[in-house]
Ligand binder design. Sequence first.
Ligand code: GAR
Length: 188
Amino acid sequence: MKNLAVFCSGNGSNFQAILDAVRRGKLKAHVALMVCDNPKAYALERAKKAQIPVVLLSPKLFTNRQDYEKIIVRILKSQAVDLIVLAGFMRIFTPYFIGAYRNKMVNIHPSYLPAFKGAHAIRDAFEAKVKETGVTVHWVTVKVDAGQPILQKRVKISKQDTLDSLEKKIHRVEHQIYPLAIQKVLSA
Ligand code: GAR
C-alpha cells in the first residue's frame, strides 16, 4: 500500500474526499499524514476526527523557505511517503522541494488549465464571464500550475450561476476526480 501525505491550508474538503474514498475502498492507499501550514485550518479538525497524524508547521518560524522545506522533507522521508497530494495548500515550493519529490507530487487546481492559473481561479473565471471552466489534477513542477495534467473535467457556468454556486459546483467535481486521479497515478 502506497503512503500519501496530503498538504492543506484551509477547509480540507478535498482531504476529506480522499479520506472518504480510502474508507470506501475506492482509493487503495494509506493516508500517512497531513501537513498543514495554518493553525486555523478546518482541515486540522478533519484529521483529528479521522485520527490522521498531523504535521502543523508555520513557515513564520523559519528564516527562509528552504529551511522550512528541509524539515518537511525529513519528516516525509521518515514516514516513507510515496506521493505528496497538494489539496488546497496555498504556498509555492522552491525548486529544492520540487526536486526532492519530482514525479511524486500532484496538485488540484480549480480551473481547466492552462486557463486561469493562480490563487483565485474560480473567481477569475466567473469574472471573465466565460461559459465554462473546470478542474485539473496535474503533476507539480517548478513552473506554477503548469505541470502535465493527469485528469481534467470541464464545468459549465450557467447564466444563473453566482460565484457561490460556481464554487460549489467546482468543489463537487474536485471531490469526484481527485481520488480517481490519485488512483490512476498509483496504478500506473
Ligand atoms: C480547492 O478548490 C483547490 O482546487 C484550491 O483550493 C481549494 C481548497 O479547498 N487550490 C488552489 O487554488 C491551488 N492553486 P479545500 O481546502 O476544501 O480542499
